[in-house]
Design a protein. Structure first.
Length: 89
């Protein structure tokens, strides 16, 4: 689970770095150079590595989120009825 979250965040960061450089909307992005600069080439390599990370970890995280939501709905009545017993000890 932790690796999937880390991979998803890393892949997104690398993808956003390339988009940041290509957009050139800030002074810092413009200072990194246009397409073809060394920073842009590095960002393209990062995006090439980051896309598979996002593509593989994203679906697994979606399943995990759905599983946790269903689990909380299933066990909510139990904890509502018996949750006080845990704190009486």
């Amino acid at each position: 689970m932790y690796i999937a979250i880390s991979a998803s965040n890393t892949g997104g960061a690398w993808d956003n770095a390339k988009k940041y450089i290509e957009a050139g909307n800030s002074e810092h992005a413009r200072s990194l150079g246009p397409k073809g600069s060394d920073a842009h080439k590095a960002a393209v390599i990062g995006d090439t590595v980051g896309d598979p990370l996002k593509d593989t970890s994203g679906p697994s995280l979606n399943i995990l989120i759905k599983l946790m939501a269903v689990e909380s709905l299933v066990f909510a009545p139990f904890f509502a009825a018996h949750g006080g017993l845990l704190f009486k000890i």
